[in-house]
Design a binder for this molecule. Structure first.
Ligand code: SAM
Length: 280
């Protein structure tokens, strides 16, 4: 079968599925480009080439797997973040574009601090810590996660970009420099979705420990605020749910932080940078 015919046939098959996260042609192009190991934009150059039996089989299998609910990023094990290509393993949260805002704001806030000590809670695939390490080359970055596979994924990406991260498997910051080193900043994109929030099957194939923050969703964020205050950390920066500003603002204020909230590109409240009042 020719590349163009395979693309058309599988797009038509995809079009029969409802609530696709992208157009059928876009999904089919990404998966066929993955099989052919080329950029999707270069598929047109191959359109009259014959697929080998193995390529045709792999492409069809990947389309079937996608229709059943496997995200494209888990099939290709690749994701773009901050204009870089990262590895993402199944069972690790797929980084979202809105998280680039958090990274940018933290890097900006710390750019004049010499060798800032940063702790990321919930490192996942490592995108936040890796980009911070690239933007702030003198930073000393510790990153935690409860998930072993996430830490393995973060190590793969740290090695890929040749940055050094101190990766620790623990909950929040338990056991991390409890009696010694003071951090200048804690950054986190924790699970913050409410337990019963409706999500599509592709999102639901991501690990629930990376998605759901509790009954309301903001429970882990509130714990992180208490933790940052207890450790006297001058800067706390987090991503959050669109409806969590009121509860978090109250908790931050109670804990002595002055928060500046930001919105994502769709105009939803999406995160905050909070500065300890007496320290700034
Ligand atoms: C929303 S994901 C964020 C991953 C990555 N930082 C990103 O922005 O793409 C949340 C991460 O927090 C981790 N996590 C959940 N509960 C945790 C806890 N109590 N302590 C540390 N990490 C936790 C999950 O395993 C997951 O990797």
């Amino acid at each position: 079968m020719k590349v163009a015919s395979a693309l058309k046939a599988q797009s038509e098959l995809l079009a029969k599925s409802s609530e696709l996260p992208a157009t059928p042609m876009r999904i089919a192009s990404l998966l066929l480009a993955h099989t052919l190991e080329c950029e999707p934009s270069k598929l047109v150059l191959h359109s009259q080439n014959e697929l080998s039996k193995e390529q045709e089989f792999e492409f069809k299998q990947n389309i079937k797997s996608f229709i059943k609910g496997t995200p494209i990023e888990y099939i290709t094990q690749r994701v773009s973040f901050y204009s870089h290509e990262f590895t993402v393993l199944p069972d690790v949260l797929i980084p979202r574009p809105e998280t680039e805002l958090l990274v940018e704001k933290v890097a900006n806030a710390l750019k004049y601090k010499n060798a800032p000590k940063i702790c990321e809670i919930g490192v996942g695939s490592g995108v936040i810590s890796v980009i911070l390490a690239l933007l702030l080359p003198k930073a000393k970055i510790t990153a935690t996660d409860i998930s072993q596979i996430a830490l393995k994924n973060a190590k793969i990406n740290a090695d890929k970009f040749n940055v050094s991260l101190n990766l620790i498997q623990t909950s929040l910051m338990t056991g991390v420099s409890e009696n010694g080193e003071k951090f200048d900043a804690i950054v986190s994109n924790p699970p913050y979705i409410a337990k019963d929030y409706a999500l599509d099957k592709w999102v639901l194939s991501e690990p629930s420990a990376a998605l759901f923050g509790g009954d309301r969703g903001d429970e882990l964020l509130l714990e992180i605020i208490d933790l940052a205050a207890a450790r006297g950390v001058p800067l706390l920066a987090c991503e959050m749910g669109y409806d969590q500003k009121a509860s978090l603002e109250k908790a931050l204020d109670k804990n002595g932080y002055k928060a500046s909230f930001y919105q994502d590109l769709a105009g939803f409240d999406r995160g905050f940078l909070a500065f300890k009042k007496e320290k700034i």
